[in-house]
Design a protein around this ligand. Structure first.
Ligand code: ZN
Length: 507
């Protein structure tokens, strides 16, 4: 686990690393009260799965569906369907630390399927339905296997609903030496840090970025705690000492970016930033932030306006951050980044990490790598955004000086090149810093005009979509009219860190 001291020594890029957390407090499991009952079932098979065509269709074997084929984490997800919309109806009682939930997933089969899987760990699954018909299920490793009584033909829409209860259990991802998933800080605030594969710790999910979906969150918590999630707050319904917070995330979202934060927090509108940014900016805050921190926090409007001039329109309906204790990093959850208090309390750090997580809303959240091996497309772009902000606020010389220091640090680091991250150290500093240097080298090579056209076109072309490194290279070559294979080969995949290109050498 990277501790605060390590973060301080390694300065900005690691400080902006996207996942780390302290161990949450362990609590005993006590079942919570039931959420809304599942729909009544009948013995009849679903009408959508009884056609003559489906009877003739051979379903894919479950073993062939497990995993979408990610190069680093091949078992993540299921290739037999696309999730379209998740409705997460979840009651959380912090005192016994229990969740009782019903998650409904509207999906479309991409192959003929009968048994299929969801990524899911922990909890007791109490009931599963497919198109309102109760079905058999089993747990296998990190999967919940659902057995539909009939074949779901390719192209057919269906709904799977899973009811479950129990105490959320954090997990240690192979990707990171940190604990992630559903966490609770020492002040009793619970929150989700799921990159890359922790979403399964709190809801059943097709957990791979290639399967983005929209979300409705209905989070019920004891009054007067608040529950915030991604997107826009639609309504709050109070009932007998409980409140249900309904949040709608209308833009497609990768599962690792779905989050919830529950606790003694205020949802604070930033009216000045909202006015500058043209979208609602709201933050989920403790009531004891310093004036200095609040002053930095108020820069979101200015930052969004600045990056819109470079990347094009901000991609989502809202933005803001949530602040939690005992978390040594920050994560760019879609429309609601989560920040460890540690960063927020150090204004210089806070500003640059704000830039980093904000830039991820374009790069990572809207434009999302189709494979975890392309993580530099997230972290390199977010790191380069930090340098663009330094250029904007402190001048070109300050930016170039920062880049030179970072390049030299990479040259002696012995880290793998950013295009080939190891599965057990996905967020190593190379994907951040050398990833950012890839973009700097590209900018020097093609010149500012082509570079900023490439970045803007990339954000526009792949908005709300997934992308590969090759897609980016193809687009860069097309806009610049240059063959860039050598540049990307040596900066992305070469063993040695290249010398920085001389500014102006190619313009
Ligand atoms: Zn990042």
């Amino acid at each position: 686990m990277i501790r605060r001291t390590a973060l301080l020594i390694v300065v900005v890029a690691i400080a902006a690393a996207c996942s780390s957390a302290d161990e949450p407090a362990a609590t005993d499991a006590v079942p919570a009260e039931s959420t809304q009952p599942a729909p009544a079932t009948t013995a009849e098979p679903s009408p959508t799965t009884t056609t003559a065509a489906s009877a003739a269709t051979e379903p894919a074997e479950i073993e062939d569906l497990l995993g979408v084929g990610d190069s680093l984490y091949p078992t993540l997800g299921n290739r037999g369907y696309d999730a379209d919309h998740y409705t997460i109806d979840l009651t959380f009682d912090p005192e016994p630390n229990t969740i009782n939930a019903l998650v409904e997933i509207e999906a479309t089969a991409t192959l003929a399927i009968q048994s299929f899987s969801l990524d899911f760990i922990g909890f007791e699954t109490t009931r599963v339905t497919v198109d309102d018909v109760e079905v058999d299920f089993e747990r296998r490793d990190n999967k919940l296997i659902v057995h539909s009584p009939t074949v779901i033909p390719a192209g057919e829409a269906f709904t799977v609903a899973v009811a479950y209860e129990g105490t959320p259990t954090p997990m240690r991802s192979e990707a990171l030496p940190f604990t992630g998933g559903w966490l609770t800080d020492s002040k009793g605030v619970s929150y989700v840090i799921a990159e890359p594969d922790g979403a399964r710790t709190w809801y059943p999910v097709n957990d791979h970025p290639t399967d983005k979906a929209t979300y409705t969150f209905m989070i019920t918590v004891p009054d007067p705690l608040i529950a915030a999630a991604n997107g826009t707050l639609v309504e709050t319904i109070t009932d007998l000492g409980w409140a249900t917070w309904v949040w709608e995330s209308a833009e497609p979202m990768a599962s690792y970016l779905a989050t919830v934060i529950v606790g003694d927090r205020d949802i604070v509108e930033d009216t000045a930033s909202t006015s500058l940014a043209g979208i609602p900016v709201r933050n989920v805050l403790p009531d004891d932030l310093s004036e200095a921190s609040l002053e930095v926090l108020a820069k979101h409007g200015e930052m969004i306006a600045f990056f819109e001039t470079i990347y094009g329109p901000y991609p989502f309906a809202a933005y803001g951050i949530a602040v939690v204790d005992d978390f040594d990093a920050a994560l760019e959850n879609q429309t609601l980044s989560i920040f460890g208090r540690f960063f927020v309390d150090i204004p210089q750090f806070f500003e640059i990490v704000m830039v980093h997580e904000l830039a991820h809303q374009w790069f990572g959240n809207s434009v999302t790598p189709a494979d975890w091996g392309d993580i530099w497309l997230n972290e390199g772009f977010a790191t380069y955004a930090e340098w663009l902000w330094i250029e904007h606020t402190a001048g070109e010389a300050a930016m170039l000086s920062q880049i030179a220091v970072e390049r030299d640090r990479m040259a002696v680091s012995a880290l793998p090149p950013p295009g080939s991250p190891p599965s057990d150290d996905l967020f190593n500093a190379s994907v951040y810093i050398r990833g950012g240097l890839v973009l700097h080298a590209l900018r020097v090579e093609v010149g500012d005009e082509a570079f900023f056209a490439i970045v803007r076109e990339y954000a526009d072309t792949y908005r709300n979509d997934v992308v590969t490194t090759n897609d980016f290279i193809t687009l860069a070559e097309s806009i610049s009219g240059q063959d860039l294979d050598d540049l990307f080969d040596k900066w992305l995949y070469g063993e040695d860190v290249p010398e920085l290109p001389r500014q102006g050498a190619n313009s």
